[in-house]
Design a protein around this ligand. Structure first.
Ligand code: SDX
Length: 429
């Protein structure tokens, strides 16, 4: 920690406190405000924690002004162009790119934990056929605790890493099983001959009646999307996982809470809402109307896939995904009018003073759905795809938190309710 300090003075009382500055290897310095309540008698107020660092982390770095995203120091553009999702998973979990032997061992561990207990498939069959897959995922992943709770010693680092690998391995299996339940198809079991992403496609789309050939274009595109969605500092769902983890809850409960947080349309649920929005806009002639709606303070409509709590520049992931969307459509020999509509919507928005002045740019969710749609993944599964990838970030951040003594998270409040008053019996009210 640097010796730099900032002095805070209460002009009313004349009291002052020196606050230590905590700086990392990159990014804005922070003030440690622990001493403020005891010396000045104030708590700090920061709804949404937009100005508050919740932890120290070595995993992911974002520079919102410059549109920079790095996993363990590696720029997302390099990982997207040269790595694979499982290799990125190893990097996020353990901090370094693996050697060949390390990767082979990791891949084997993941591959051999893709199966789920058969009772889990019974659990899934209990959902109504049209249950939203994110609701199913939150319930089913949380129920994994019921299968492993007595075998897991959270104080044992090996057990924690094992739980992290189990979740990474089982998320695609559970996701595909939820989709097949919705489709009325029998569960497809993992095939250990396939790679992580090929296996997911096989479990999603294979049918018992014929051999399913995984399209390499689809496998490559999904692997890329998984890399881009893997981690993103202390976003809402990751902060949820850390907060739940700070109570000592088991990792399956933490990830289940993360899934629920991700589902919100302001967060990971946006990718599903982007496609619904593009479908509602319908054609280029109606783009202007929706841009006006997004600008209208009295209209709750927001341009889904636009804006970001941190990026005040182009989300680097959106740039990569937009390029990939063109390539996937070209490689599949298809076109999608929604791609043209999305690009026109982006062009108009980026020329509009409202969006320019508020630094609203496309984010990771704006183009991803176009690729998922081209690959035959239903809109209701878009956020599930995000959850599969972000599980790596969630368990990496959970492991990091578990490695250092962490107090239970407990924000304070500004109380604005009634002051003390006497109870009045009902007959006197
Ligand atoms: C993800 O945190 C992460 O890292 C998240 C994520 C990850 O990888 O984990 O990147 C994934 O969640 C991406 C975001 C997906 N959500 C959406 O695409 C939904 C649409 N976007 C918005 O709901 C919104 O932009 C948020 C929620 C993402 C950010 O909200 P903020 O922090 O309120 O945005 P802001 O402070 O930058 O807003 C500045 C102004 C506000 O207006 P004023 O109060 O200044 O008048 O811009 C407005 C906002 O109302 N605004 C929008 C807008 N987003 C912000 N107006 C119209 N359309 C939008 N999309």
């Amino acid at each position: 920690m640097s010796e730099q300090r900032v002095t805070l003075t209460d002009e009313g009382s004349g009291k002052s406190v020196e606050l230590p500055v905590i700086s990392g290897t990159e990014g804005e310095p922070t003030l440690s405000i622990k001493a403020v309540p005891s010396t000045l008698g104030y708590f700090t107020y920061d709804p949404g924690f937009t100005a508050t660092a919740s932890c120290t982390s070595t995993i992911t770095f974002i520079d919102g002004e410059k549109g920079i995203l790095r996993y363990r120091g590696y720029p997302i553009e390099q990982l997207a162009g040269k790595s694979t999702f499982l290799e990125v998973a190893y990097l996020l979990l353990f901090g370094e790119l693996p050697t060949t032997d390390e990767f082979d061992g990791f891949q084997s561990d993941i591959t051999h934990h893709t199966m789920v207990h058969e009772k889990l498939n019974t659990f899934i069959s209990g959902f109504h056929y049209d249950a939203h897959p994110m609701a199913m995922m939150a319930g089913v992943v949380g129920s994994l605790a019921a299968f492993y709770h007595d075998k897991m010693d959270m104080s044992d680092p090996e057990h924690r890493v094992q739980a992290a690998k189990r979740m990474i391995a089982k998320m695609p299996t559970i996701a595909a099983a939820c989709y097949r339940h919705h489709m009325g198809r029998p569960v497809a079991y993992p095939n250990n001959e396939l790679t992580y992403t090929e296996n997911f496609l096989d479990m999603m789309f294979s049918v018992p009646a014929e051999k399913y050939i995984v399209d390499p274009v689809a496998a490559k595109a999904i692997d890329l999307l998984y890399i881009l969605h893997a981690d993103h500092e202390q976003n809402a769902s990751t902060s949820t996982v850390r907060l739940v983890g700070s109570t000592g809850a088991n990792p399956y409960a933490c990830v289940s809470a993360g899934i629920s947080a991700l589902w919100g349309p302001a967060h990971g649920g946006a990718n599903e809402k982007v496609l619904i929005m593009l479908d509602e806009i319908g054609d280029l002639s109606r783009v202007g109307k929706y841009i006006d709606k997004a600008k209208d303070k009295d209209d709750p409509f927001r341009l889904m896939g636009f804006g970001h709590r941190v990026y005040k520049n182009y989300d680097p992931r959106a740039s990569i995904i937009r390029k990939a969307a063109h390539e996937v459509l070209e490689n599949l020999g298809t076109s999608d009018p929604m791609m043209d509509l999305a690009m026109e919507l982006e062009r108009i928005a980026l020329e509009d003073e409202y969006f320019v002045s508020k630094k609203l740019y496309p984010n990771v969710d704006f183009y991803s759905g176009i690729i998922y749609k081209a690959l035959g993944i239903p809109v209701s599964m878009f956020t599930v795809m995000f959850a599969i990838a972000r599980t790596v970030g969630w368990v990496s951040q959970w492991l990091e938190q578990e490695q250092t003594p962490t107090p239970i998270g407990r924000p304070r409040q500004v109380y604005a309710g009634p002051t003390e008053r006497e109870y009045v019996p009902i007959e006197s009210r």
